[in-house]
Design a binder for this molecule. Structure first.
Ligand code: PMP
Length: 355
């Protein structure tokens, strides 16, 4: 840290992104990316957009936002486009939390929530998940704080029903409830239609998972016009060109390639169920999942050891230290070939660790 670094950030613990290895080629099952590349319509659109990179991008992302509004059945003023959904989440912490209005989110969830809260000096309450790793909606009833819930949750993969989310929304009319739907396309149910019923609801989504654009950085926020206007004020006060030309074009082309993504999502869901069954047969505890990953543990090998042994064999998964998570690993669902390679390594490791 330099002597110039502001004291307000001195104790900041930055988010640790999943490993993006350079050099050795790994089977990458550690950051919940799609194993499928974007379709050629998307890469062509990016190439075309790159020809006008000498000009700034449209700060309103008009083409993209209009198309999103049409596809999701909302008005353009109820949508914000951001540089990944991390950015809209960051804006939500800036806009809706402060010393008087702390944040509340599960103790085991997306690690960035705590980082954003600390970054902005927002106090927060980390509400413990139940013993089975599920969220108890009762814990959030009338909590009087800005609620952040990943639905489905990460790294657990478990989800709440829309009816349960509605209970939380109804009991917190004076607080914003942010529902992070990064993984909703893999079997969850979206709360976006509820923005017409609850003026305290913000829903975030991403193109990083089901739409194969993690490297493009494109996220969305949905809410009533006034909530979105708050977020736009922050966007225009930080970086109005947050979604660059190539990413906007990629997003538009992606939304016109729904069939391609639908097919991939179905393949991932099928592989997820296949992997879950195979791991359970090997004696693993595997949480139910409505996402593109599984949260798994075995009594036969320590969680971190399994992570290390897989890595040594060229398979990357994600391990989270922590009292309740340390025994587990989060495994992204890849192609069938990747899954089979992962399972073969798991079998080998189990065999070597037999007592
Ligand atoms: N929410 C959750 C629950 C996530 O797991 C992630 C990505 N790891 C994000 C949001 C952010 O995704 P992105 O910024 O790529 O849209």
């Amino acid at each position: 840290m330099s002597k110039f670094f502001s004291k307000k950030y001195a104790s900041l613990k930055p988010y640790t992104p999943g490993e993006q290895p350079k050099g050795r080629k790994y089977i990458k099952l550690n950051t919940n990316e799609s194993p499928f590349p974007p379709p050629s319509a998307v890469t062509k659109a990016v190439k075309q957009a790159s020809k006008s990179l000498h000009l700034y991008s449209d700060p309103d992302n008009t083409e993209l936002v209009n198309l999103v509004a049409e596809k999701w059945g909302v008005k353009p003023c109820e949508v914000i486009a951001t540089n990944g959904s991390d950015e809209v989440l960051n804006f939500a912490f800036m806009a809706f939390c402060d010393g008087d209005t702390p944040a509340a989110f599960p103790d085991i969830t997306y690690g960035f929530y705590a980082v954003f809260a600390d970054l902005h000096g927002d106090p927060y309450q980390a509400i413990p998940l139940k013993e089975d790793f599920s969220i108890d909606p009762k814990d959030y009833m009338g909590v009087g704080k800005t609620v952040f819930i990943a639905n489905p949750n990460a790294p657990t993969g478990l989800h709440l029903s829309v009816a349960q989310i509605e209970e939380i929304l109804r009991s917190n009319p004076d607080n914003v409830v942010v529902i992070d739907e990064a993984y909703v396309d893999f079997g969850g149910e979206s709360c976006v239609p509820l923005i017409y019923k609850y003026d305290n609801l913000l829903v975030t989504q991403t193109f990083s998972k089901s739409r194969s654009l993690a490297g493009g950085r494109l996220g969305l926020g949905f809410g009533c016009a006034k909530l979105i206007a708050d977020l736009q004020a922050l966007r225009y006060s930080t970086n109005p060109y947050n979604v660059n030309k190539m990413t906007e074009s990629a997003g538009v082309a992606a939304l016109k390639s729904e069939e391609y993504y639908q097919k991939n999502v179905q393949t991932i869901i099928k592989n997820r169920e296949y992997t879950k069954k195979a791991l359970r047969k090997l004696g693993f505890t595997v949480l139910e999942s409505k996402t593109n990953f599984l949260f798994i543990k075995t009594a036969k090998v320590d969680g971190f050891k399994l992570y290390e042994e897989l890595k040594a064999r060229g398979v990357l998964v994600r391990h989270f230290k922590g009292e309740r998570t340390g025994a587990y690993n989060r495994v992204t669902i890849g192609t069938k070939a990747q899954t089979d390679a992962f399972l073969a390594c798991v079998k080998e490791i189990l065999k070597e660790n037999e007592v």
